[in-house]
Design a protein around this ligand. Sequence first.
Ligand code: GLU
Length: 405
Amino acid sequence: MERFDHAAQLLNLDPGLYKVLRNPEKQIIVSVPVLRDSGEVEVYTGYRVLYNTSRGPAKGGIRFDLNVTLEEVKALAAWMTWKCALVNIPFGGSKGGVVCDPTSMSMGELERVTRRYTASIIETLGPDSDVPAPDVNTNERVMAWIMDTYSMHHRHTVTSVVTGKPVEMGGSLGRREATGRGCMIVTREALGKLGMSLKGARVAVQGFGNVGSVTAELTAKEGAIIVAVSDKSGGVHNRQGLDIPDLLQWVREHRHIAGYPKGEQISKEAVLTVDCDVLVPAATENVITRKNAPHIKAKIICEGANGPTTAAADEILEKKGIFVIPDILANAGGVTVSYFEWVQDRGGYFWDEDTVNRRLESIMTRSFHEVMGLVEKHKVSTRIACYMLAVDRVAKMHRLRGMYA
Ligand code: GLU
């Protein structure tokens, strides 16, 4: 909200609209009773927050994690609102989460949590009202259960109620890679601004889930040298560059990076401060803090995760002259291809992968350069420029629609 306030001030947002945009439209808390395999009943807490729907249906992922709180989901829903506006796709912003530990649950338990949570929030869901997608610890399998549960209640198949589905059931080609591909595209553009290119750039990636692993893979394909990677289990460092397909194979077999032999073992925190040109935090919130920010050596930070940098760290990075590609721009490739998926489902006409990638490329590069335009015009940080562009678009929609009172 600090960043929103700053942008609102620079945009001269009128006080009424400021108050409207500072609050989420709707917050839902549900209890999700689930039968464990042991026969016991467990009750989990689930949330869904619709932050703003002025520009279109609410859009945002669902995470399953023990750290989920209402405050976190609210922040993530706000970020989705700004993210969709920033890349100019016709969606509002939302987010959902269930407080649970998916690593301790069987497939059956995971399915029952997903279906019961979906049923509990079913009134808000819908292709025209609120469209979930994958986020931390959820994937296309979970999206398939959401689609099926919603469709059973509606007595007909509704593919466009959720995105990030398996391709066989109305998912989009290129969606799985989309967030990482978007990170690669904006990193390439940022390097270009510094007179560098992906070829030979040294990249460190924190987090090796869907976003981190694909970013590493695609930047390496463009000639980048991946010098360090980490996940929850630890990190691995290799100045010569890691062989990403080989590391991916290791992770498929061993589930974790820890123990990977072709590099030096380092702590997962150390990945953030290794010598590199580009740092990609691609895990969760608040990992770049006032404590470690002074030690970051990267020239560019590409925020693959949502909210990886604290507001206090922002100032330090700015003073150090680090080029930050803020989350709501850097990781917007995911929701952009979610938009393509929703369009394809509604049209019942599916695009080939090249078309998806080409259209993603055009939206990401356009948005990057729009942000850069604002940075130069207003002499603000890239982060504030992103917020100015996004908040202004949402505000314009509110002004045009007027207030229903
Ligand atoms: N969870 C992703 C994000 O934070 C994707 C959201 C979506 O595709 O709706 O951007």
